[in-house]
Design a protein around this ligand. Structure first.
Ligand code: PEP
Length: 237
């Protein structure tokens, strides 16, 4: 199981230090923390977490003011990076072309992409979840070699479940994750990890853990609360 915490921009520096101290007892070997870029060094130097980024530049090092390149992340010891999070697809208008470029930059620098896919509520209601996520996958994967796809981790995150306290039923998650795994197996003859993300919490983790087909979780809000995060990790040891 891989557990990934996406801490977004929730924490200031003192709060990051407090989080690191309060979670220092955790077995960090399968836990990736994705802090704001500005705290990556702090996590690397003062914690045992595997460290990921929340985003990466589409371009290499150079004249790209305000961006952070994959090579810079690699030089800090970053092992993973989220790409295609719905907050970036919706707010920064990122499309598959941008996500593809980011994935290529990451893989060139031996950083594993955590590739987020998911449907909006209207898409779920109209029965088009599989069409939407199938398109999100194929638009990127059709342009990659199989040795690149192997190194990608998918995070299935229904957009309506992110930060809302809502989650799909276990049967719905199983059906969608099975679809993702089958699609990639049939098309590219590769098995890759698929995480579930969207309102994972202390309240629903035991129920979610009954799903054997998922390979871990991408956790937002609960990843900044030391007790809750430790509890979720402890159920997966
Ligand atoms: C996320 O933003 O990736 C996420 C899963 O958030 P939350 O756990 O708060 O729903």
């Amino acid at each position: 199981m891989l557990i990934v915490g996406n801490q977004k921009t929730y924490l200031n520096k003192e709060e990051v230090l407090d989080f690191i101290e309060k979670t220092s007892s955790v077995d960090c070997s399968k836990v990736v923390i994705c802090p704001s870029y500005i705290y990556i060094d702090l996590y690397k130097e003062t914690s045992r977490y595997i460290v990921g980024a929340q985003n990466v530049s589409e371009k290499g090092n150079g004249a790209t003011t305000g961006e952070i390149s994959a090579s810079q992340l690699a030089s800090l010891g970053v092992d993973y990076s989220i790409v295609g999070h719905s907050e970036r697809r919706d707010e920064q208008k990122e499309i598959s072309e941008n996500i593809y470029n980011k994935i290529v930059r990451l893989l060139e620098n031996d950083i594993k992409p955590l590739f987020c896919i998911g449907e909006h509520l209207e898409e779920k209601k109209s029965g088009s979840t599989k069409d939407v996520i199938g398109k999100q996958i194929l638009e990127v994967f059709d342009r990659l070699d199989s040795n690149m796809i192997t190194n990608i981790v998918i995070a299935y995150e229904p957009i309506w479940a992110i930060g809302t306290g809502l989650t799909p039923t276990n049967d719905e998650i199983i059906e969608t994750v099975q679809y993702i795994k089958d699609l990639i197996k049939d098309k590219y003859e590769i098995e890759i990890m698929v995480l579930y993300g969207g309102s994972v919490s202390r309240k629903n983790i035991d129920l979610l853990n009954e799903i054997s087909i998922i390979d871990g979780y991408l956790i937002g809000g609960a990843s900044i609360k030391p007790d809750e995060f430790l509890y979720i990790i402890s159920t997966n040891e």
